[in-house]
Design a protein around this ligand. Structure first.
Ligand SMILES: *[C@@H]1O[C@H](CO)[C@@H](O)[C@H](O)[C@H]1NC(C)=O
Ligand SMILES: *[C@@H]1O[C@H](CO)[C@@H](O)[C@H](O)[C@H]1NC(C)=O
Length: 197
């Protein structure tokens, strides 16, 4: 079973009725009234958010904000534990991409459209991203990268990303990503040689 769904289920069972009411209120701008009326437990709401792409395994910011509003530090802790475990258990390729995404999000700002185009994100999607994140450039970059990764699937590699950055003349960012990649590779080598793992 998908571990993320298991996590969502466990968060849902930890919610009281009044907390659910509060969550529905907090989401009233994201979820249509018709859908909200059919939500009877936390899981129903999470599934709608998943379906609407407001939430996914790699993008839990909204869930984090909701749990923070409820002041459910215990549930936030469960989410943190899950994400820490997911990072530790990720394949080296996945971990490499994640690190590259972080670097790119931190270092590509106003030129994000150029990068998004080079990543084959359509103009319609680019406009939608802009609307979705009116004030947050880093989130626009992350969303573009996420769309690219979903399109490219197994061809979404760090090497490919570095090439895209160079095609966009973002050589400094490309260098940072490559440095990080090399550091991770030597780290992985050391780990695979260690008898402890
Ligand atoms: C964009 O699409 C073209 C044609 O499908 C493909 O060759 C290219 O690798 C894609 N670019 C990226 C960055 O994935
Ligand atoms: C990945 O690249 C190969 C070779 O260029 C291509 O045949 C395949 O369709 C690509 N996969 C995706 C998901 O784009």
């Amino acid at each position: 079973m998908d571990p993320f769904l298991v996590l969502l289920h466990s968060l849902s069972t930890g919610l009281s009725n009044s907390e659910l009411t509060e969550l529905k209120f907090l989401c009233h701008k994201l979820v249509s009234k018709r859908k909200l009326e059919r939500i009877h437990c936390g899981l129903d709401l999470f599934l709608v958010l998943l379906e609407q792409n407001e939430l996914e395994r790699q993008r839990t910011q909204l869930l984090r904000e909701l749990l923070t509003s409820l002041r459910r530090v215990d549930l936030l802790q469960r989410l943190d534990d899950f994400e820490a475990g997911a990072t530790a258990g990720a394949s080296p390729e996945e971990a490499g991409l994640r690190a590259a995404f972080d670097i790119i999000c931190d270092n590509v700002g106003r030129d994000w459209r150029r990068l998004a185009r080079q990543l084959n994100v359509s103009d319609t999607k680019i406009d939608a991203i802009e609307e979705q994140y009116p004030r947050n450039l880093a989130e626009r970059v992350r969303e573009s990268l996420r769309i690219w990764k979903n399109l490219e699937k197994e061809n979404a590699t760090v090497t490919h990303l570095v090439q895209v950055l160079r095609d966009c003349k973002m050589n400094l960012v490309a260098d940072l990503v490559e440095e990080k990649q090399q550091a991770q590779e030597s780290q992985n080598k050391i780990q695979s040689m260690s008898p402890m793992t």
